[in-house]
Ligand binder design. Structure first.
Ligand SMILES: NC(=O)c1ccc[n+]([C@@H]2O[C@H](COP(=O)([O-])OP(=O)(O)OC[C@H]3O[C@@H](n4cnc5c(N)ncnc54)[C@H](O)[C@@H]3O)[C@@H](O)[C@H]2O)c1
Ligand SMILES: [Zn+2]
Length: 651
C-alpha cells in the first residue's frame, strides 16, 4: 500500500517533532510539551508508520556531551514499556498469557540499574539509549534508599527509578521549579556528590535480575529483604486488571511521589520468559498511562486570599479551561516568590496541570502578558500592614483580622464535622460579635442566630443542635481542629495514638516528637510551639467539650492488649507483617511505625537472614538507657496472641 503525499508529509513532520521533543526531554531535562501531548504524537506516528526508527529512539542523543562518569554498557538492554490508554487495550494484553498480574506505580523519575557483586554496590548506571548509559555510582551512593551492601553473595542487578518525593519537591516548587522529574535528571548529573545529595532523592526498586525468585512478587519481596523500600503493589487476577488502575487513581492524590500511570507485569517468571520481548519493550509488561490533565489558558487576575494563619496567598484567575473533564478557572500560585520566579504578568498565556488533586497548578508561562502583578502592601481583609517573611506575606494582625478569624472558625467547624456553618453564617456571627473564637460556638443561642439575615428560627435551632452534637470529640480530631501549623491529620493521629490524653499531649517535648520516624525538626518545633501558644484557647474549649481517647481501629474498644504498642521488624514466618499488625490491633493494641521510649514491644520476625535492622539497634540502645520496652521473638508474639485470644473468649 503506497502512502499518499499528504500522509508522508505528516509522518515527516511527526518524526521531526518527536526528535525535537526527545532532545529537549532527554538532553536538556526541559520539555516544552506535556508527556500526554508527547504521547499523542507518538501514537499518531505509530498508527501511520509503525516501523519508523524514531519510535525506538530514546535517551540522550549520541553526540550529547557526557556529563558524568564513564559510559556503561548494560548486560541486558533497558527497554521501554508498551503503553495503553483504554481499558480495552489493557484487557486485550491481559488475555495474552496465563496467571496473575502485578500492578505497581509507574514512577515518574529516571530509570537506573544497580549492579551488586559479592553483596556490594559496584556500579549504578542510567538507562541512556537502552544499551549504553552513564555511570552515576558516586551520586547514587548518596541516595538513602539505595543500600551500599545487600545480604547476598550472588551477582544481581536491581532496576528501579530515582525520583524526588513530593514532600521534598515542595520547597523547589515554591521557588518556581516546574516538576520533580526534571530536577531529578539534573541532580543525578551533578559533578559534586554533595550537591547531588542536597536534592534528597529517593529510589524505588521494581525489578531484580539474577535471583532464583520464580515470581514478580517474589522479586519484590526479595528486594525488601535486601533493604530496599517496599514498592506499593497489587496482585490481580487477569480479568480484574482494570481495578489496579482504579485503585492507583484513587491513591494518587495522597502518594508522596509522582506517577504517570500504572505498570502491569505478569507475575510468573516462567510466563514472562515465554512471552519474551520486542526490540522496544517486553511483552510481559505494559504501562497504562494517565492522560489529559494539562491545558493552556490566560491569566486575567490575581486574587489575594487571607488564610486562617494570616498567610496571604495569591490565587490565579484564568479563562475557563477543561482539565480531565473539569472546568477550571482558578489555580494556586503558592506565594509571592513563585510569581516572581515564573515571571507572571497579567494577560500571560499559562500552562495549568492537575496532578491528582483538585486545585490545579500553574506550571509555566508560554507567552508573557503585559501588566505586572502587584503585591499588596496592606492586608486585603483588615488593612493592616503586610509582613514579608522570605517567600511569603502575612497579615500583621491575624488575631483581629476578619478573614483570618473566619478562616479559623471554618476550619474548626469543618474538622469536627459541625455542619451548616458556611462562610455566610460565620460572617454574620463575626459581624454581630458573637463568633470571634471557636469557643464562641458553644455559647451561641438560637435566638441570636435567628436574627441573622436569611436565617430564622428553624435554621438557628438546627445550628445550635449541631453544636450540641459535637460536645464530645476524639483527641486526634480536637488537635487537628486547633489549626496549628504542621499539626495536621497525620501528626494529630500519631500524637493521639501514642499519648492518648490531652494532658499527656500538652506535655510532649520537641525531643520526644523527633523520635518519630515521620516527624522532622521543623514539624516538631512548630507543633510544640503551636500547642503552647494555643493553650488559652485549649483551656477555654475544655470547659465546653469532653475529649475522648482514640477508639481502636478494629473491635470494640478495650481488648486484652489495650494500652500496649507494637512495632514490627524483619520478615515473619507464620504470617505476613500486615496480618500480624491486624491481629494485634484487633486485640486493642496500637501499631506504631518507629521505635521510641513509649513503645511496649518490638517484634522481630523469625526469618532472620539479614543483619540486625535499624529498629532492633534503636530498641537495644533504648533498653540500655533503661526504657521499659521489650524485644519479642515471633514465637513469643504467637504465644502472646494465643494467650490473649483465650483470655478474650473466657471474659
Ligand atoms: N514531554 C516530552 O517532550 C517528552 C519527550 C520524550 C519523552 N517523554 C516521556 O518519556 C516517555 C517515553 O520514554 P520511555 O519509552 O523511555 O519511557 P516509558 O514511558 O516507556 O517507560 C519506561 C520507563 O518507565 C519507568 N518506570 C517507572 N516505574 C516503573 C515500574 N514500576 N516498572 C518498570 N518501569 C518503570 C522506567 O524508568 C522505565 O525506563 C514518554 O511516554 C513520555 O512520557 C516526554
Ligand atoms: Zn488582615
Amino acid at each position: 500500500m503506497s502512502k499518499s503525499t499528504k500522509e508522508k508529509a505528516e509522518i515527516e513532520s511527526l518524526e521531526s517533532a518527536i526528535r525535537h521533543h526527545n532532545h529537549l526531554y532527554w538532553d536538556k531535562a526541559a520539555p516544552e510539551i506535556s508527556d500526554v501531548d508527547y504521547d499523542k504524537l507518538v501514537r499518531r506516528l505509530k498508527d501511520l508508520s509503525p516501523d519508523s526508527a524514531v519510535l525506538s529512539e530514546m535517551g540522550p542523543s549520541k553526540d550529547a556531551p557526557r556529563v558524568l562518569g564513564e559510559a556503561f554498557r548494560h548486560k541486558e538492554p533497558m527497554l521501554s514499556l508498551d503503553k495503553c490508554y483504554e481499558p480495552a487495550e489493557l484487557e486485550q494484553w491481559a488475555a495474552s498469557f496465563e496467571g496473575r498480574v502485578v500492578a505497581m506505580p509507574k514512577f515518574d523519575g529516571i530509570a537506573c540499574a544497580l549492579h551488586y557483586e559479592d553483596g556490594r554496590l559496584k556500579v549504578a548506571a542510567t538507562r541512556g539509549d537502552g544499551s549504553v548509559g552513564d555511570d552515576i555510582t558516586v551520586n547514587v551512593l548518596e541516595i538513602k534508599d539505595v543500600p551500599a551492601t545487600i545480604p547476598t553473595k550472588e551477582t544481581v542487578e536491581v532496576r528501579g527509578e530515582i525520583y524526588m518525593r513530593l514532600s521534598v519537591f515542595a520547597k523547589f516548587k515554591a521557588a518556581g521549579m516546574a516538576n520533580p522529574r526534571n530536577l531529578t535528571a539534573g541532580a543525578i548529573k551533578q559533578k559534586d556528590k554533595s550537591k547531588s545529595a542536597a536534592y534528597e532523592l529517593s529510589f524505588a526498586a521494581y525489578d531484580l535480575i539474577g535471583t532464583r525468585a520464580d515470581s514478580q512478587v517474589g522479586e519484590l519481596e526479595e528486594l525488601v529483604r535486601f533493604g530496599f523500600a517496599k514498592v506499593d503493589y497489587l496482585v490481580l487476577e487477569r480479568d480484574h486488571v482494570i481495578e489496579g488502575f482504579e485503585k492507583f487513581t484513587q491513591w494518587r492524590p495522597n502518594l508522596d511521589y509522582e506517577i504517570d500511570g500504572v505498570v502491569y507485569k505478569v507475575d510468573a517468571i516462567k510466563e514472562q520468559r515465554r512471552l519474551g520481548q520486542t526490540s522496544h519493550h517486553p511483552r510481559f509488561a505494559i504501562a497504562y498511562k494517565f492522560q489529559g490533565d494539562s491545558g493552556v489558558s490566560i491569566l486575567r487576575q490575581v486574587e489575594w486570599s487571607v488564610a486562617r494563619t494570616g498567610a496571604i496567598t495569591p490565587v490565579a484567575i484564568v479563562d475557563p479551561v477543561n482539565l480531565s473533564g473539569v472546568t477550571v478557572t482558578r489555580a494556586s500560585l503558592h506565594n509571592v516568590a513563585f510569581i516572581g520566579n515564573l515571571g507572571l504578568t497579567l494577560g500571560a498565556h499559562v500552562t495549568l496541570v492537575r496532578r491528582g488533586g483538585v486545585i490545579p497548578n500553574l506550571e509555566n508561562v508560554t507567552v508573557p502578558g503585559t501588566d505586572p502583578v502587584v503585591i499588596p502592601e496592606q492586608c486585603p481583609s483588615c488593612g493592616s500592614v503586610v509582613r514579608r517573611d522570605r517567600d511569603f506575606i502575612f497579615c500583621s494582625k491575624p488575631s483581629t483580622c476578619k478573614s483570618a478569624v473566619i478562616g479559623q472558625l471554618a476550619h474548626y467547624a469543618a474538622t469536627i464535622g459541625m455542619l451548616g456553618f458556611g462562610d455566610a453564617i460565620l460572617e454574620h456571627g463575626y459581624n454581630a460579635e458573637l463568633l470571634r473564637s471557636p469557643v464562641d460556638f458553644y455559647t451561641l443561642r438560637w435566638e441570636d442566630i435567628a436574627k441573622f439575615e436569611r436565617s430564622g428560627e428553624k435554621i438557628a435551632k438546627k445550628l445550635v443542635a449541631e453544636v450540641d452534637k459535637k460536645r464530645s470529640l476524639e483527641l486526634a480530631t480536637f488537635l487537628r481542629a486547633l489549626g496549628i501549623s504542621e499539626l495536621g491529620k497525620h501528626v494529630s493521629a500519631i500524637l493521639a495514638d501514642r499519648y492518648r490524653t490531652l494532658d499527656a499531649v500538652l506535655q510532649v517535648t520537641e525531643e520526644e516528637l523527633l523520635e518519630t520516624h515521620s516527624i522532622g525538626a521543623s514539624i516538631a518545633k512548630s507543633v510544640v510551639a503551636g500547642l503552647a501558644e494555643a493553650r488559652p484557647l485549649i483551656d477555654a474549649l475544655r470547659a465546653h467539650v469532653t475529649i475522648v481517647a482514640p477508639a481502636h481501629h478494629e473491635g470494640e474498644g478495650g481488648g486484652p492488649l489495650a494500652g500496649l504498642s507494637f512495632v514490627f521488624t524483619g520478615k515473619m514466618v507464620a504470617f505476613s507483617r500486615s496480618e500480624a499488625e491486624k491481629r494485634v490491633r484487633a486485640l486493642g493494641a496500637a501499631v506504631l511505625s518507629s521505635v521510641t521510649k513509649q513503645l511496649t514491644y518490638l517484634v522481630v520476625g523469625a526469618d532472620k537472614s539479614g543483619p540486625k535492622s535499624t529498629k532492633e539497634k534503636a530498641a537495644e540502645k533504648l533498653i540500655g538507657q533503661g526504657a521499659p520496652l521489650k524485644v519479642l521473638s515471633e514465637d513469643e508474639l504467637l504465644a502472646m496472641l494465643e494467650g490473649a485470644r483465650t483470655h478474650e473468649s473466657r471474659s
